[in-house]
Design a protein around this ligand. Sequence first.
Ligand code: SAH
Length: 238
Amino acid sequence: MWRATVLTIFPEMFPGPLGLSLAGKANAAGLWSLDTIDIRDHAGDKHRSVDDTPAGGGPGMVMKADVLARAIDAAAADDARPRLLMSPRGRPLDQAKITSLVQAAGVVIVCGRFEGVDERVIEGRGLEEVSIGDYVLSGGEIAALVVLDACVRLIPGVMGEAGSSVEESFAEGLLEYPHYTRPQTFEGRPIPEILLSGDHAKVAAWRRAQAESMTRARRPDLWETYAARRVHKKTTEG
Ligand code: SAH
């Protein structure tokens, strides 16, 4: 079973949306598990404090290294699972990272709050900082839900149709082709004729061309990597 452990001062935010739909069903079926650790349970004073004022001054509060380290040790001391810290300073999350996390035994995720966490616990407990994008959230919990949602749907047996994760956006470095379903004409817009032709090879070629032009127009960064890899493939194969 793929095991997720989340460290947070708001354990009541979990499983949240992951208790519903695909992820919720897969959890009930025992395909993955989720434990939350309340960081406050590891505080050392009667006020259960988890934060303190920043050394050097400045606004806000900082999560204490000693409290967080105790919480991590209680949750995952001799544990080979990757340990993530959700952080806007981290490496931006992508589908390749999600795929590698799913191949591990599970994941331990620390959710920051306030201004962030004391640098020494990041170093001392080997936390890998991961960002979900260039914007600032008020805490790491929603970011952790994003990571877990993206992972859980890739666990074998979770998604209905096995093929659907192979063809979707980013699987090959391209955005996905456009989708259509009935009615055949919607507000005067017909479904592209080729999709109704029954010619699977032509449909596949059309979809690839659409995916390529969409990626080129919307995500020049992805397109550059894809195009370079394609040239490389041609030269090494040819
Ligand atoms: N002062 C920090 C922001 C702290 S936001 C800075 O300027 O970098 C509080 C917490 O929310 C962070 O510790 C982190 O756990 C979480 N968080 C905020 N934005 C995030 C993002 N883009 N990706 C992942 N986690 C984020």
